[in-house]
Design a protein around this ligand. Sequence first.
Ligand SMILES: *Cc1c(COP(=O)(O)O)cnc(C)c1O
Length: 423
Amino acid sequence: MPETKAPAQLRPETDVLTRGFDPSLSVGSARPAVFRSSTYVFSSPEAAERAFDIMAGRAQRTPEENVDLVYSRFNHPNAQILEDQIVPLEPGATAAAVFNSGMAAIMTALLAVLKPGDSIIYSVPIYGGTQTLIQSFLQSIGIEGIPVPAGQGAAIDNAIRGARNLRVVLIETPANPTIVMTDVKRVCQTVASLPMASSNGNAPERPLVMVDNTFLGPAFQHALSLGADVSLYSATKYLGGYSDIIGGVALTKDVALMSKIRSKRSLFGNILQPDECWILDTRLPTVALRMNRQSKNAQRIAEKLASHPKVKKVYYPTLFEDPEQTRIYREQCEYPGGLVSIDLKGGKAAAFDFLRRLKLARNAVSLGGVETLACHPRSTTHSAWSAQDLDEAGIGEGLVRISVGIEDWRDLLADCEAALDLV
Ligand SMILES: *Cc1c(COP(=O)(O)O)cnc(C)c1O
C-alpha cells in the first residue's frame, strides 16, 4: 500500500508550495503581491487596541484570531507569507522570523535571551561576524563568551557543565572552511542533563541550544529535530541561492521563544523588507533542488581532486578520516553539501595561482549560489586570525574553499584540473 499522508503531514517540498499563502488576499494572484505599505488601516478602533495589546504581550492571540497589521517595522504581509512558507522547510519548526541579514538573525536571537552576567558557549571556528559579535560586543556588555573547539564532544560537554550562568550554546556545524562537524544531539543531551538553576530568583531556565544551520540546512541537516531550540540562517547563502540578496532567518519549536525574538526585532528594526521577502519567497521551492545538485557536483569534484598530485588534502564529509567525524556526518546529515575545501601543495603561491587560473569558478567570498565561487580563507574570510590559530584549525596557506554551484560537474572538474596543471 502506498503511504498516504494527511495534509498536515505533507513533506517539505510539497508543503512549501501549498501552504502559507492565500491568493484571495492578493486579489487572486497566483503568486504573492508585494505590499510596500509602511502602515496599515485598522478595521476598527477596537481592532487597533487589540493589535497593540497583542504586540506588546499584554494579550495572547487565539489560534483562529485575525489580528490587524499595524506598522511594517513590526510585521508586514510579505514577511508573514515568507515565514509561513519557510516553516515547513525546517522539520520541527513552528515559527520563523525573517531579518535583513544573517548577522541580524543571530544578533537578535542572542539578545532576545542573553543579559549581562550570563555566559554563552560557542564553537570555533565560527563565522567571523559572529565571533566579533560575541568577543567584542557581548563581552563589552558583560556577557561572557566561552569558545570551544568544533567537533570535540568531550571538551564541549565539560565547558557546558562548568560554565557559570550559562544561557546559550551556539554551534555552527559544519565549521567553515574545514568542514569539522559538531554533534548537535550530544550538545542538546548534555544541556538537558544540567541541573536546572534559578537565575536572580526567576523561574529556572535551561540554557538554549542555537545552531547556525547555514551550510547544510534546510535540506540536509535538521537542527531542531536534533534537539536544538533555535535554527539560524544566513539566507544570503543557500536559501537565497543566487548571490543577489542579503537576509537571515531564525526558526524555533517554541512559539513563546519566537515572541521574544520578534519583539526584539520590532525594537531593533531589522525585519526583512517587503521586496526582499518576496524575492526570498520565490527561492524557497527550489532550495532542495539546488542543494541536491550542488551536493552531487561537490561530491564528485571532491572525490576526484582528492587523488590529484598537486593536492595535499581535500576537506569534505565523504572524505573524513576521523571515525567520530564520519559518525556525526552519518547520523546528523542527509547529504554532504556543496562546500569543498582543497589544501594545495605549494602553499599560498599555489593557492593564488589556482584562483587566478580558474575560468568558470569566480574568486569571491560567500557561498550557496547557483554559480561556483572560490576563495582563499587565510587571506580573506579568516585574515583576522593569528597564524597560530589558523594553523591549529587547519586553515593553511594552501587552502582554497570552493562553493560548488549547479553547473555541469564535468566542466567544473575540468576547470579545476586545468587550473591545477598550471600551478
Ligand atoms: C554568511 C554567514 C553569516 C552571516 O550572514 P549575513 O547574511 O552575511 O549577515 C552567518 N553565518 C554563516 C555560517 C555564514 O556563512
